[in-house]
Every structure is written in structure tokens, then in C-alpha cells.
Design a protein around this ligand. Structure first.
Ligand code: ARG
Length: 461
């Protein structure tokens, strides 16, 4: 019998099937190849391999990468993972030179490297898709810049705003997601290669040079920590879950506003589905699915956090499980952002319905109270006075803006003819000039600000 290193029998087939990861980590091939090319260059610089072998390794790896891209590469599950598949294919192709590639490297620092390269690339991709979504929101905000609508709290009519103010709020939200991703990027941008299994190697490679080759801005400072650490995966999955959270809230708003009860907007046919039973139905499935997928994004976050909990330090095989959660969250958010960026510009907005709802005089009850405050009434007292007026107007079924002045005077002598002017939504908005408030002037300025922000910022910043 031929011994295979320390083992005197091969892994049982069910154990191989149970342990293999190549069926999903093959996706990392590009980063595995790039990482190996940089590693080979470092080995050559250190005099461990010849320049000729380095060249063979690089060419071999590039040829393998091409084969993978073209779909011709045959992945072998008995070789367990993407790393060993590529390494075995390299040795097949170039012979002895390939057998030197894994010098001073372990799959522990190799997978950490591949994952970091992958997460860095995906952060850039998600950032770019976020920006597209923000641009779509900005486009809508410009197109419907003057459209008044009620603002809601507790999903009850609260105070007037404009539709563009709402849209600008979404842009702010997604900007926080972008900045969170950039924070995550800073902690992901660390080269783990050179940490070996957990204790580095007696063969010295120039790690700073490898980092430069691979575009990392820092080098990990402790080899145990470098192979232990999956914080960047957890954080990225958290960032993605938070984008899901925000998309789910946007979805919910749009779904509600598309009901006949609201009638504020309509989804394009291209992003709606019918009912298999009810011929009249047009359902906002894309928004519903996005709301629903957010549950899975949270599931992935819980999965990775739980996998990492209580793990002994350095590498443990449990960590192979990080990939399902990571890949699924990336795929989900990438497609959700793409769908939303395409779906939003096609929304039909029903201005009249929004404006009609915004003309509910009760939306200006707070403004009436503030009018009394400006005349010297303490706010709590003004609040109670207007509350009483609202109650009486409801009981008598007289709209708040049509209660006769004589009646109003019974509640407060400070209420005078000027009160009539309060019940004008446009002028109510024009008065809201503090930073962040929805005066048309502010909104115009915000639109301008986002225009230059979203155009100027580098996509991968
Ligand atoms: N497939 C493994 C993973 O995803 C790669 C690292 C394996 N390392 C090891 N020592 N078995 O984590």
C-alpha cells in the first residue's frame, strides 16, 4: 500500500463529500490565482525558487485561470478546495516547479488572503451599485421636486413634506451604508499572507512587498490573529444586512403607497407580477421579495457570528462555513440594488393624490400651535389649545382650516385673521429653513449637493 504522508488510508468517500468546499469556494479562483502569483514572486525574490520557475508558475496559473473562466476546468471534489484544485492542476501542467509554490504558505493564510481580496472587490462593487441606486433616487427627486405629500409618523399623517424630501432621506441612508462599507474596507485591507498555518515560517519572505503587489495598504502584525480573524467577513455581512434593512423599509413605503387606499404611485409593469387567480391584480413583488430577502441576510449574519463564537484561536475548520453566508449575502444585495436602481426610475408618481393628501389641514395643526408660541403662549399650553380645536372640528365635521374665527377666539384670544395664512402648505414648507428641514430652497440645495457628490466621488472610493 502506498502511504500518503502521515495517513495510511485515503479519506472515506462520505468524509470527502462532507468536507469538500470546492463546490462553493471555486468562486474564489481569481483571488487564489492572483495571491499565488504574488507569493511565487516573493519566493523568487527570496531566492527560494528560480526566476524561470516563477515565470512557469505565473504562466501556468494564468492558463488555469483562463480554463476556469471558459468553463473547461474540471474541479475535483476529492481535492477538497479551490486551493488544492488549482495547485494540483499547476503541478500537472508545469511539473516540479509547481510543487514549490506552497513553500512558506498554509491554506490558513491562503484562504484568509483569498477572502480578503474577494471582500475588497465586492465592497467596491456594492459601493458602485449603491451609488447607482442613489442616482436613481436623485433622478426621481429632481423630476418630482415640487410634489407635496404628507409626512407620516406611526404611519399616521403628521406634517407636510415633499416627495423629494422623502427621496433625499433615502439617499442619506444609503450614504451611511456606503460609509460603513468604507470603514469595513479599512479593516479588510490587511495582508494575512506570510502568517503560515499560525506561526509564520522559517523561510523569510518580504511581506511588505507582497502587500504592495496585491494592493493591500497594511500587513497583519500577528500571525495567530491573522489566521483567526474573520471579523471582516462578519462586518461585511452586517453591512450587507443593513443595506437589506434599508431596502426593506423603502420597499414597505413603496408597497403601501402603491395600494388603492393611498394611490400615490404605481410600479411599472416591468417590475410587477400578476395573480394566477385574480385577473385585476398587479403585485409589487420586487419590493416584497426585497423585504423578504432581508430575513435571509439577517440569518447569514447570525450564522457567521454563531460559527465564530467560542472557536479556539487561530484556524479551525468550522471557518469554512463562512462562505455560504458571505456569498449568499453578496449575491442577494448585489441583485437587490440592481433591481431597485432599474425599478425606481420607472415608478409612476400620482402627484394629485399626493398633493390632495398633503392638503389635509390637520397636517398644519403643529404650525397653528407654533403660531401661538410666537405670540407668547407656552408650547405645552398652545399644544393643548390646538388639540381642543382639532377635537371640536372633528366632532363637528368642520375641517380645521374652516373653523370660524369667532370659534377659534373662544380657545385663545391670540388667534386672529392671520391664522388663515397658516393653512397654506407651500408657505408652511417655505418657513422650514433650518438645515435638514424641507423648505424648497433647502431641497434645491440638497439636490445640488448630491449631484456633485454622486458624480464626483470615485466609484470605488
Ligand atoms: N477550505 C478551507 C476553508 O474554507 C480552506 C482552509 C483549509 N485549511 C486547513 N487547514 N484545512 O476554510
Amino acid at each position: 500500500m502506498v502511504r500518503k504522508g502521515r495517513f495510511n488510508k485515503p479519506a472515506a468517500e462520505i468524509a470527502q463529500r462532507y468536507g469538500e468546499s470546492v463546490s462553493f469556494d471555486w468562486r474564489l479562483y481569481r483571488y487564489d490565482v492572483t495571491g499565488s502569483i504574488a507569493h511565487a514572486a516573493a519566493l523568487a525574490r527570496a531566492g527560494i525558487i528560480t526566476a524561470e520557475d516563477r515565470r512557469k508558475i505565473e504562466n501556468g496559473l494564468r492558463a488555469i485561470e483562463k480554463e476556469i473562466v471558459s468553463g473547461k476546468f474540471e474541479w475535483d471534489p476529492s481535492l477538497e478546495d479551490v486551493h488544492m484544485n488549482i495547485e494540483a492542476a499547476l503541478t500537472n501542467r508545469i511539473g516540479a516547479a509547481g510543487a514549490n509554490l506552497h513553500t512558506a504558505r498554509s491554506r490558513n493564510d491562503q484562504i484568509a488572503l483569498d477572502l480578503r481580496l474577494y471582500v475588497k472587490a465586492e465592497i467596491a462593487e456594492v459601493l458602485s451599485r449603491l451609488r447607482h441606486l442613489q442616482r436613481a433616487l436623485l433622478g426621481l427627486a429632481e423630476k418630482h421636486v415640487d410634489v407635496l405629500m404628507p409626512g407620516y409618523t406611526h404611519l399616521q399623517r403628521a406634517q407636510p413634506v415633499t416627495f423629494s424630501h422623502y427621496l433625499l432621506a433615502q439617499i442619506e441612508t444609503f450614504q451611511r451604508d456606503a460609509s460603513r462599507l468604507r470603514d469595513c474596507l479599512a479593516r479588510t485591507d490587511v495582508l494575512p499572507l506570510g502568517s503560515g498555518a499560525l506561526a509564520g515560517s522559517t523561510i523569510l519572505l518580504d511581506r511588505e512587498c507582497i502587500a504592495r503587489d496585491l494592493g493591500f495598504s497594511r500587513v497583519s502584525q500577528n500571525s495567530i490573529d491573522a489566521v483567526s480573524d474573520r471579523d471582516f467577513v462578519c462586518e461585511f455581512i452586517f453591512c450587507l444586512a443593513t443595506i437589506g434593512l434599508h431596502l426593506s423599509r423603502l420597499s414597505e413605503d413603496l408597497i403601501i403607497w402603491s395600494t388603492s387606499e393611498f394611490g400615490f404611485l404605481e410600479f411599472s409593469d416591468a417590475f410587477s407580477t400578476g395573480s394566477s387567480l385574480m385577473p385585476q391584480k398587479k403585485n409589487p413583488d420586487m419590493a416584497e421579495l426585497t423585504r423578504g430577502k432581508t430575513g435571509r441576510l439577517y440569518g447569514n449574519l447570525m450564522a457567521i457570528m454563531t460559527t465564530m463564537k467560542g472557536l479556539a484561536s487561530s484556524y479551525n475548520r468550522d471557518m469554512q462555513e463562512d462562505k455560504h453566508a458571505l456569498f449568499d449575502s453578496v449575491d442577494t444585495v448585489r441583485s437587490a440594488l440592481e433591481v431597485f436602481a432599474a425599478m425606481l426610475p420607472e415608478l409612476k408618481i400620482y402627484h394629485e393624490r399626493m398633493q390632495a393628501a398633503a392638503s389635509d389641514p390637520n397636517l398644519l395643526a403643529t404650525d397653528l400651535a407654533e403660531y401661538l408660541v410666537k405670540k407668547g403662549t407656552p408650547f405645552r399650553k398652545a399644544h393643548a389649545i390646538v388639540g381642543n380645536i382639532v377635537a371640536q372640528s372633528a366632532a363637528n365635521q368642520i375641517p380645521l382650516n374652516q373653523v370660524p374665527l369667532a370659534e377659534l377666539k373662544k380657545f385663545s384670544p391670540l388667534l386672529d385673521r392671520e391664522v388663515a395664512k397658516i393653512f397654506n402648505v407651500s408657505s408652511a414648507l417655505a418657513k422650514r429653513t433650518a438645515t435638514g428641514a424641507p423648505s424648497p430652497k433647502n431641497i434645491a440645495a440638497q439636490i445640488k449637493r448630491w449631484h456633485s457628490n454622486l458624480e464626483l466621488t470615485d466609484e470605488s472610493a
